[in-house]
Structure formats: structure tokens, C-alpha cells
Ligand binder design. Structure first.
Ligand code: NAD
Ligand code: UFG
Length: 369
């Protein structure tokens, strides 16, 4: 479906290229599943700015076609974007994605479900979308001889670790169905990698936040946000009265949970660099990389950082712990640095400023237009 079919209005002609330039070769053709989502839209923009042609497969289960229109607008004529609206579990839709306008050089697989609590309530749906969807994708890749894949995994595969730093070889011990499904896909992909000329990277993201500095694309959670950062920006915008802090009795210096927050633009860049790395490998490759800053922050440190960056006070109250939360997750990102040359460069200030700019410009997310 042409993106123009979704066009409802014209756009301001913004000319911003905020991605740091890397060495990826121009002119590849990539399939991006879930490319309309939070991380997918930022990654798609970065790849288009580098001149690549993208096929995006998304069913808009948790996103809006408007995100892709804005990606096109920001790319400002660089690269190209073609949309296949469909479900990753649907082999026919997948076939359409592979048959559109020429061979696919590589795939980034973002499409999936990511809400921990929902995965506990409805595990079968998570196994179906996350695992079966990945199986349908891998089967189509095999059929089409496309064997270069970047997979969105998660730091939650480490479960409730007690020993830091968390390296990729740290034993995995997922404690909820969401993380179990992501680990299952990692395992499925490494089995596949042992059987042929696959080049596969599973990226274990820590906590991506913030938005593109233009304020045109960002995170757009449906309903009440599950995650800390969009909740804070909605409190700042007056959409919610106060933040609830889930527990201040964790074994951490201030008692609140610690996570490794990274700017979504840094995460987007990691994908371009991973594709670049995989495409340069002559032989079979199976890679697992932590993608984080290596510096954990507590909930209170994020709240106060946001207040400093924006000048807005965030009212909060401490409530009991949220089931399934762990005290601390913090990456050791050295393998990503050694393998890709990637490190996160943006600060908490950048994350707060850019996330707040997006929230202010789009108080109701993409649904405001
Ligand atoms: P998102 O929900 O914003 O993006 C996911 C995209 O996939 C959406 O556009 C959604 O419509 C699409 N999608 C969902 N189910 C689909 C299906 N069956 N068929 C086709 N498209 C489908 O999420 P995100 O934050 O951008 O996350 C992207 C990936 O990264 C997910 O796989 C998620 O599990 C993983 N991840 C996210 C985080 C995070 O904190 N955001 C952390 C670790 C891993
Ligand atoms: N928190 C609050 N109040 C809120 C929301 C969160 O105090 O309203 C706290 C949590 O207890 C936790 C921290 O803020 O200590 C971060 O919570 P998030 O929900 O923002 O992030 P999680 O680490 O729980 O999980 C997120 C995504 C997962 C992903 C994971 C990767 O939801 O999909 O990051 O680390 F896998």
C-alpha cells in the first residue's frame, strides 16, 4: 500500500539530519518489521537518511501510519519507504513484503508485543506473536535466500541478576512470558545460525527513552503508559496528576529501581551499525549484544533529571512494588563497543529534553492530527 493512501495532511518541510553518520554502504534494501513503532520509526529514519530503501511490514497494532508519514517527511527525499500493511504471523503478508520491488538484503525484526504485565495475563498471545511471528519471518527469509537478521531482544532475559556487570554470557533466567518469548526466539535463531550461512544479531536493549530531536516522532503509548518515561512526560503535560513510584524499598542506594536508560536515537544508530557489521561478515555469524549505556539510574534520579532538564516539577507518591519488577538492570555494553564501535553518546538531559519536546508538540501522540 502506498504511504500516500494514509496521507491526511501536508507536512512542514523539516530539514534535519540528527543521526551521527556511520560507514554503512548506501543503496541497500531492508525489510523492517514493526517499523512504524517507537524504536522502528527512529531506526527507519536513520536508514533512509543513509540512502537505503525500506519495506516496512506493520499491522499498526501499537502504532500509527502517521509515524511513517513523518519519517518520510524528516528523511526529506533521502532513501525510500514502502509499506506492506500486515501481520508478521501471516505468511502471505510476509511473502508480499519479500516480493515487493526487488531482493531484500537484510531484515530488522522489531514487530512484537512488549508489555510485561499483559504477557503474564495472556501468555499464549505473546508466544504466538513474538515466537510464531519470528518463525514465519525466518521461514520467509530462508525461502528468499535472505539470511541477514537483526532481532529485538531485551535485557529482561537476565531476569533478576545479582552479579554485575551484566555481560552477554551472564546466565539468562527470564521471569515472565515476555522475556521467555524473547529468549526463545534468540534460541531459535542460534539454532538456525548453526545450520547455514546466516548472519544474525540479537540486540538486548535496555531501556530506550526520548525522541527524535525534531519532536516529530516519538513514543506513543496507548492508554495509561506502562513505562516510567512516558508517564513522567504525561504528568509534566498535565495529562496525569502524579507519578506513582513502584517501591522505595529495593536494595539500591535510594530504594527505587535502577535501569539503564538510553536515548532512542543511540539505539537506532546501533541498528544501522549492526546491519553494517553483519553485511561485512564473510562467514556465518551469530551475535548477541547488550545495548545500553552501562550507567544505571534510579527512578528518583530520572525524576530529578527530568525536573532539571525541563524546569517542571513532577509530583509523585511512592506505592507498593509492581509485580515482576527487579531491583536493577544495567548493561555492560563493552561487547557492542568492541564489535560495532557503538557506544551511547547522548545524556539523560538529551533524553529528557527530546522526550519532552515530543510530548509538548504532540500531547495526544499521533492521534492528535
Ligand atoms: P512498539 O510497540 O512501539 O513497536 C512494535 C511495532 O510492531 C508496532 O508498530 C506494532 O504495530 C508492530 N506489531 C506488533 N505486532 C505486530 C504483528 N503481529 N504484525 C506486524 N506488526 C506488529 O515497540 P518498540 O518499543 O518500538 O519495540 C520494538 C521491539 O523492541 C519489540 O519487539 C520490543 O519487544 C523490543 N524491545 C523494546 C523495548 C522498549 O523498552 N521499548 C525494550 C526491549 C526490547
Ligand atoms: N516505574 C515506576 N512508575 C511507573 C513506571 C515504572 O516507578 O509508572 C519504575 C519501575 O518500577 C522500574 C522503572 O520505573 O523500576 C522502569 O520501569 P519501566 O516500566 O519503564 O521499564 P521496565 O524496565 O520495567 O521494562 C521496559 C519495557 C520492557 C523491556 C525492558 C528492557 O517495558 O518491554 O524495559 O529493560 F523489555
Amino acid at each position: 500500500m502506498a504511504l500516500a493512501d494514509h496521507v491526511k495532511s501536508g507536512f512542514a518541510n523539516l530539514q534535519q539530519n540528527c543521526f551521527h553518520q556511520h560507514t554503512i554502504h548506501v543503496g541497500h534494501r531492508f525489510l523492517i518489521t514493526g517499523g512504524a513503532g517507537f524504536i522502528g520509526s527512529h531506526t527507519a529514519l536513520g536508514l533512509m537518511e543513509q540512502g537505503h530503501s525500506l519495506v516496512i511490514l506493520d499491522n499498526f497494532d501499537n502504532s500509527s501510519p502517521d509515524a511513517l508519514l513523518r519519517v518520510e517527511e524528516l528523511a526529506n527525499g533521502s532513501g525510500s519507504l514502502e509499506l506492506v500493511e500486515g501481520d508478521v504471523r501471516d505468511a502471505d503478508a510476509m511473502e508480499r513484503a519479500f516480493q515487493s520491488n526487488g531482493p531484500i538484503d537484510g531484515v530488522i525484526h522489531f514487530a512484537g508485543l512488549k508489555a510485561v504485565g499483559e504477557s503474564v495475563r495472556d501468555p499464549l498471545r505473546y508466544w504466538d506473536v513474538n515466537v510464531n511471528g519470528s518463525r514465519v519471518l525466518a521461514a520467509a527469509m530462508e525461502r528468499h535466500g535472505c539470511k541477514t537478521l537483526v532481532f529485538s531482544s531485551t535485557s529482561t532475559v537476565y531476569g533478576e541478576p545479582e552479579i554485575f556487570p551484566l555481560r552477554e554470557q551472564t546466565p539468562t533466567a527470564p521471569i515472565h512470558p515476555y522475556a521467555q518469548t524473547k529468549l526463545a526466539v534468540e534460541q531459535m535463531l542460534s539454532a538456525l545460525g548453526r545450520n547455514g550461512a546466516w548472519r544474525i544479531a540479537s540486540l538486548r536493549y535496555f531501556n530506550p527513552v526520548g525522541a527524535h530531536p525534531s519532536g516529530r516522532i516519538g513514543e506513543d503509548p496507548l492508554g495509561i503508559p506502562n513505562n516510567l518515561f512516558p508517564f513522567i512526560t504525561q504528568v509534566a503535560a498535565g495529562r496525569r496528576d502524579q507519578l506513582q513510584i513502584f517501591g522505595n524499598d529495593y536494595p539500591t542506594p535510594d530504594g527505587t529501581g535502577i535501569r539503564d536508560y538510553l536515548h532512542v536515537m543511540d539505539l537506532a544508530e546501533a541498528h544501522g551499525m549492526t546491519l553494517d557489521h553483519l553485511l561485512k561478515q564473510a562467514g556465518p555469524t551469530t551475535l548477541t549484544l547488550n545495548i545500553g549505556t552501562g550507567h544505571g539510574l534510579s527512578v528518583l534520579e530520572v525524576v530529578h533529571g527530568f525536573e532539571r532538564a525541563t524546569g517542571i516539577t513532577i509530583p509523585y507518591k511512592v506505592v507498593p512494588r509492581r509485580p515482576g519488577d527487579v531491583p536493577k538492570l544495567e548493561a555492560c555494553p563493552l561487547k557492542a563497543k568492541d564489535t560495532l564501535g557503538w557506544t551511547a553518546t547522548r545524556t539523560l538531559d538529551d533524553m529528557c529534553r527530546d522526550g519532552w519536546a515530543w510530548q509538548q508538540a504532540n500531547p495526544m501522540g499521533y492521534r492528535g492530527e
